[in-house]
Design a protein around this ligand. Structure first.
Ligand code: URA
Ligand code: CA
Length: 432
């Protein structure tokens, strides 16, 4: 290991065998944390070649279990987002692409953050559960084209250990390490093809377009180099996506979107990501054809119908789709009134997400409780005109005192005197 650390320190390329040796040794514990930290720091400065990145990814995939989806008919396409605020896309995309025949076998988590994960959100539907055994899961995907299961098995233990080490050694910020970390998890989860939504802006892991582009390219190359067709888009996360930030509130927003009545940005992002999924699943020959299929599925109600079938197949009360008042409801609502006339110029995504977390919509630590009913619904987005006294945000709370939340929102929603252009939602697509 000392030789390999020195090799990387001096800027040389590690071989496949060397990378396998390192990841195996580190997972088993024969390579200690201090040597691994030295190596990761050398990688931060020296980088990794395309071959090294692919090798590292596969070594981490091979460190644990892999999900076998081979019993599911068709090309299984997974979508991954690098994470943002109020990102309701998974709830919409699942039923949307399933309704045109793309099999979606989704493994999802709860996780930390501003709101819960996809599973938390779905659990705001009474009775819905993700405790399926593998056989049921595969049966459901074959039957309905869509099922969601909780994280199971021992996936990518090497990544778990390495990510925790990087977190405390100043070595998270490395494109090759981030890209292989994310891709190893996607590949171990068994998808044939992967569509990546790489976010950019204040609420994203990557704050600048340049960094986001580099990460997207790195992940697309890894995927394609290890035999999984991969595409990425780069989308805005400087303001939250859609209007709703909160678990039940986002389920409600997903229902609206599946009906064709959702926020413009969320709808556009879902149609774009969905078109790539349809294309990779070979259910359409061109992006235009894919998009037309999805638009039709929203128009004729089949996407919404698919959502109902999906919910009830996993024990959920599908009548919430026609009557969203059956979702958990917060005790109090408050309006955040604009203090002046003007145009909304900033809605800092990460800070607004933190405001939702203060209400209880997300977990600060993995043992925190989550309140599915609470959260925020934006009434304005960047570029919108606003009059003094008009609502900027509706706050859904189970606390009667929301002064701290209001203060945080006022600090992070800016109003300018002169006209502000709306933001670009989708910056670019990266396909190779
Ligand atoms: N997310 C991950 O899963 N891995 C990283 O290295 C960074 C972000
Ligand atoms: Ca949203």
């Amino acid at each position: 290991m000392v030789d390999l650390i020195e090799k990387k320190r001096d800027g040389h390329e590690l071989t496949t065998e060397e990378i396998n040796f390192i990841i195996k040794g580190y997972t088993e514990g024969s390579i200690p944390d201090y040597q691994m930290s030295a190596l990761t720091m050398a990688i931060v400065f020296r980088g990794m070649s395309e071959q090294e990145r692919a090798d590292l990814t596969l070594a981490m995939v091979n460190s644990g279990d892999q999900i076998d989806l081979s019993q599911i008919n068709g090309i299984k396409v997974d979508k991954h987002s690098t994470g943002g605020v109020g990102d309701t896309t998974t709830l919409v995309l699942g039923p949307l692409v399933a309704s045109v025949g793309v099999p979606v076998a989704k493994m999802s988590g709860r996780g930390l953050g501003h709101t819960g994960g996809t599973i938390d959100k779905l659990e705001s539907v009474n009775g819905f559960h993700v405790e399926l055994d593998n056989e049921e899961f595969i049966e459901l995907v074959n039957k309905n084209k869509l099922a969601v299961i909780g994280q199971s098995g021992n996936l990518t233990p090497a990544d778990k250990k390495l990510y925790a080490l990087r977190d405390v050694t100043g070595t998270v910020e490395s494109i090759p390490l981030i890209a292989s970390s994310i891709m190893s998890k996607k590949i171990a989860a068994g998808a044939d093809a992967i569509v990546l939504d790489v976010k950019t802006g204040a609420g994203a892991f990557m704050k600048t377009l340049e960094d986001s582009r580099e990460l997207a390219k790195a992940m697309v190359r890894i995927g394609n180099n290890v035999g999984r067709k991969t595409m990425a888009i780069i989308s805005d996360m400087s303001q939250p996506l859609g209007y709703a930030i909160g678990n039940a509130l986002e389920v409600n927003e997903a229902i609206d979107t599946l009906k064709g009545e959702g926020p413009e940005d969320l709808t556009e992002l879902c149609l774009t990501l969905g078109s790539y999924m349809v294309l990779l699943a070979e259910k359409a020959k061109t992006l235009q054809e894919a998009r037309a299929l999805l638009e039709k599925a929203i128009e004729n109600g089949s996407a919404l119908e698919k959502f109902k079938v999906f919910l009830s197949s996993q024990g959920g009360d599908a009548t919430v789709v026609d009557d969203p008042s059956k979702l958990p409801q917060a005790k109090y609502t408050y309006e955040l009134e604009a203090k002046q006339d003007g145009y909304v110029s900033e809605i800092t995504a990460n800070e607004v997400g933190t405001a939702a977390m203060l209400l209880g919509a997300g977990r600060a630590t993995k043992d925190s409780d989550i309140d599915l009913a609470v959260g925020l619904v934006l009434r304005k987005k960047i570029g919108d005109q606003v009059k003094q006294g008009e609502s900027l945000v509706t706050i859904y709370s189970n606390f009667d005192d929301v002064s701290e939340v209001k203060q945080k929102l006022y600090e992070n929603i800016k109003i300018a005197d002169s006209k502000v252009e709306p933001l670009i939602l989708i910056h670019e697509a990266i396909t190779n």
